[in-house]
Design a protein around this ligand. Sequence first.
Ligand SMILES: [Zn+2]
Length: 185
Amino acid sequence: MAALMASPVRAGGHADAILLSCMDFRLIDDLAIMMNQMQYRNSYDHVILAGGALGAVHPQFEPWHDVFWEHVGLAVKLHSVREIVVIDHRDCGAAKLALGEDVVADPQAELAAHTAVLAQFSEVALQRFPELHVKGFLMNLDGSVERLRPEAMADHASASDAEAAQNAEHGAEGGGDHAAEEVTH
Ligand SMILES: [Zn+2]
């Protein structure tokens, strides 16, 4: 018992990822279902900010940014997470506030906007936690998700290289799980 008490901070064990999602009440159960389908069951920490990635990087929500990144730091320290999974969602009220109603009302513009936000998020993550892989999704209101691919849209060479390097590193570690890119239920 004394030995256990000596290092309470290390008592958490290992988790694969930290999940960032919006707070929207309509999708709480869908988030857990999706994470289970992607083989993260009970192996992820979960931080909720309204707007998901927007909450972590958009100027509208600036007071929350440090709160989020400090949670990532704790997840690394306590649970040795290696990934940040971001699940934004469609028809997001926080996105309407930060990006405008018209953007969210147009499905293509909405997808492009969340993709751009994830690109921004990934850049910040790369600066703060270069060892972490970032994976982003946009959840539909039926609980299905589509993968956000900022690397496919941007001609941002350095970001693409970094993403490729991260992917290569991730693959080299033999992580064949969590590979689901389009999952529906
Ligand atoms: Zn939302």
